[in-house]
Design a protein around this ligand. Structure first.
Ligand code: DC
Length: 231
């Protein structure tokens, strides 16, 4: 069993395709963005993010994080992976705009990344994993046997995310979603520690004009080719 790394921009459908590939080939799927979102929720709930300038009480967050366990479990009924913060299901709360607006700042903190990367490497130490994030093929698993870098135009990504949030009852405009995406992409690509970057050996998948079925077929073919090459 190999390690499969998915990296790329916000809301380009990475999680959906990574989850689907994992289910098809019987691997474990890990959504690392959800882990950073759970840490952000922890900081927000504990009042550690200042609302005027967005700064974070890092000392407090560091000590809170030391006693925090973030886990993910597949819900067999929905087929979705759910995220738990110290045992509490926070899947719905970590997807709100309140968390999306702050997550890139929290994910840029070096001590947060060190701890999350440690947990992610432990999860994938035996292979058989499909991990989705921003730095999986570059930092978490630089030796992953299969690396995919996913991208799509900001407009297409914003439109997809907007429909998803609307479907969940969020009161939001397409412009707000687009602004949030562009802001996050900028911060994620320009932070000092493990910025979002395409690994040199990653296969680029631009899904602006691809259907889910076409993507799934391409990924499965790539996976089979990698396995064949490794035998
Ligand atoms: O994939 P997502 O949109 O749920 O990720 C939320 C945020 O977490 C995103 O803005 C960047 C950050 N992130 C990261 O820095 N490193 C990862 N491996 C995954 C996500």
């Amino acid at each position: 069993m190999i390690t499969i790394a998915f990296d790329g921009y916000s809301s380009c459908g990475k999680s959906t395709m990574a989850r689907q590939l994992a289910a098809t080939i019987g691997y474990t799927f890990v959504d690392t963005g959800a882990m950073y979102r759970a840490v952000t929720l922890l900081a927000l709930r504990s009042g550690l993010v200042r609302f005027d300038d967005g700064t974070i009480d890092e000392t407090q967050l560091r000590s809170l994080l030391a006693n925090t366990v973030i886990t993910q479990r597949l819900n067999p009924q929905s087929g979705q992976t759910e995220t738990f913060l110290n045992g509490e299901n926070v899947e719905r709360e970590i997807r709100t705009m309140e968390v999306s607006d702050r997550v890139s700042i929290v994910a840029a903190l070096p001590f947060v990344r060190t701890e999350m990367v440690r947990q992610q490497q432990a999860m994938g130490q035996n292979g058989g994993i499909v991990m989705d994030g921003r730095d999986i093929g570059t930092t978490v698993f630089p030796n992953a046997e299969m690396k995919i870098f996913v991208t799509a135009t900001p407009e297409v990504r914003a439109q997809r995310r907007y429909l998803e949030l609307k479907g969940k009852g969020e009161n939001i405009t397409l412009e707000e979603v687009l602004r949030n995406l562009e802001e996050r992409d900028y911060i994620d690509s320009h932070r000092e520690v493990s910025p979002l970057r395409q690994a040199p050996d990653a296969v680029v998948l631009d899904n602006t004009n691809l259907t889910r079925e076409e993507q799934a077929a391409m990924l499965l073919a790539l996976y089979e080719k990698r396995i064949e090459a490794l035998q």
